[in-house]
Design a protein around this ligand. Structure first.
Ligand SMILES: [Zn+2]
Length: 49
C-alpha cells in the first residue's frame, strides 16, 4: 500500500522567490479555479511549473 506516499504528494509551483511545493489539496483548488495562493514574501500568485 502506498497510501502514505499519495497523501504526502507535493506539486511544483513557483513564484518570484523560486520553486514552491503545494499539497494536493491546494493544487486541486487551484486547478478548479476555486482559489489562488500568493507567496507571503513577494505576493506573487503561485503558478504551476
Ligand atoms: Zn515569493
Amino acid at each position: 500500500m502506498d497510501v502514505g506516499k499519495v497523501a504526502g504528494r507535493q506539486f511544483p509551483y513557483q513564484c518570484l522567490c523560486g520553486p514552491v511545493s503545494l499539497t494536493i489539496r491546494r493544487h486541486n483548488k487551484i486547478k478548479r479555479g476555486l482559489q489562488q495562493y500568493s507567496c507571503r514574501r513577494c505576493q506573487t500568485v503561485l503558478t504551476a511549473i
